[in-house]
Design a protein around this ligand. Structure first.
Ligand code: PLP
Length: 383
């Protein structure tokens, strides 16, 4: 008897790996988890509590109730600037479910998909479980973590491109001109673009442009309630599919988990209807403050760094000749702080570690200070 080789091919998550090393140690500075520290807005919790007392919790339509899909369609118009028929909205088990519904709807064994390095590792794991092959394109820190689409190695087996903006783990937002260059490559070769936009409402400058606007005919877009509304544990997201795809994706999701949680869907409807922009802004301002404090500490030390424009992460380099795992372990052992080694996100990012800005401005500023100290110590022992 053997276990599934495609599952065995998935690398172990470096995020959980560091957390395991840190387990049981008190007094650590935790900067590893990409999770808001806020409660979900009160209207969300109240709607869920009332529904739990008043209603039977049953299966819902696989693609989500019509009322929620209509509300999501209205959100897409108001926030993302795209006109999407509710028929194209597919409610899923978290953003991760929307990503899987999108990838598994279009990829088969042996297909290739272009993916960023660095990349959120769960996306890589999903591609591998499908028997498909990730082909990584660099998002080089030397070039502000932006890709160079005209150089991507597209071949006869390439079916899709994955992009993520604002991005985990860099916080980079792809500008419209970059999306247009990516769309041109996709059009030329007839490729799907899976656009992970789960951080669409967490940005520190102008709102990110949706790929649905730039490449409407071939984009499958992925969204979530987790980040915008601090609802990670509620497990609710949605995909925007192409017209006519719903029956296809319904077969897939029906086979995997029947339907998303009813109580979470009731809560999500309340989030869309009752939570104002001001409540979201409170959280975004906190992430921006953490980013600004981090950049100020760096600037004071004479370190120039790119500026994350969205999501809630910052990548910091490790000293040359050191692996990100080694440096992350040293930060834990010698500076009592937990970060994620960049190797978790790809080969190229082995030169970086990731700090989560969701940990709060004081914690992040303190963390950047400790990172600077350890880096100095490394450089001094080498000199
Ligand atoms: N996509 C990216 C880039 C993420 O960082 C995450 C969560 O960290 C997700 C998708 C999935 O979010 P969810 O919690 O809604 O499954």
């Amino acid at each position: 008897m053997r276990l599934s080789p495609s599952v065995e091919a998935i690398p172990r998550s470096g995020i959980r790996g560091m957390a395991a090393l840190a387990q049981g140690r008190a007094g650590l500075l935790h900067l590893e988890y990409g999770e808001p520290r806020f409660f979900a807005p009160e209207a969300v919790r109240r709607a869920a509590a009332q529904a739990l007392l008043a209603e039977r919790m049953v299966y819902t339509p696989t693609e989500g109730p019509a009322e929620l899909r209509r509300a999501i369609s209205a959100k897409l118009r108001a926030v993302n600037g795209v006109d999407v028929d509710p028929e194209r909205v597919f409610v899923t088990h978290g953003g991760v479910g929307a990503l899987y519904a999108s990838l598994a709807s279009v990829l088969g064994p042996g297909d290739r998909i272009l993916m960023p390095d660095p990349c959120w590792p769960n996306a890589v794991g999903q591609v591998l479980t499908l028997g498909a092959q990730p082909v990584f394109f660099p998002m080089d820190p030397e070039h502000g973590f932006l890709p160079d689409p005209e150089r991507w190695p597209v071949d006869g087996k390439t079916r899709a491109i994955l992009i993520n903006s604002p991005q985990n783990p860099t916080g980079v937002v792809l500008p419209r001109t970059m999306l247009e260059r990516i769309a041109a490559v996709a059009r030329r070769h007839g490729l799907w673009v899976i656009s992970d936009e789960v951080y669409d409402q967490i940005h520190f400058g102008p709102p990110p442009v949706s790929m649905l606007e730039v490449y409407p005919e071939g984009t499958l877009a992925v969204y979530s309630f987790s980040k915008t509304y601090a609802m990670t544990g509620w497990r609710l997201g949605y995909a925007v599919l192409q017209p006519g795809m719903q029956a296809h994706t319904t077969k897939l999701v029906e086979s995997c988990y029947s339907s998303s949680s009813m109580v979470a869907q009731i809560a999500a409807l309340a989030a869309l209807r009752e939570v104002g922009q001001q409540e979201i802004d409170v959280m975004v301002v906190a992430y921006r403050e953490a980013r600004d404090r981090a950049l100020a500490v760096l600037e004071q030390a004479g370190q120039k760094r790119y500026v994350p424009e969205g999501a809630f992460y910052l990548m910091l380099p490790v000293p040359a000749g050191t692996s990100s795992e080694e440096f992350a372990r040293a930060l834990l052992e010698r500076k009592d702080m937990v970060v994620v080694p960049g190797a978790t996100f790809g080969k190229l990012s082995d030169r970086e570690v990731r700090l989560s800005l969701a940990s709060g401005a004081d914690a992040v500023a303190e963390g950047v200070g400790r990172w600077l100290e350890l880096r100095e110590e490394y450089l001094r022992t080498r000199a």
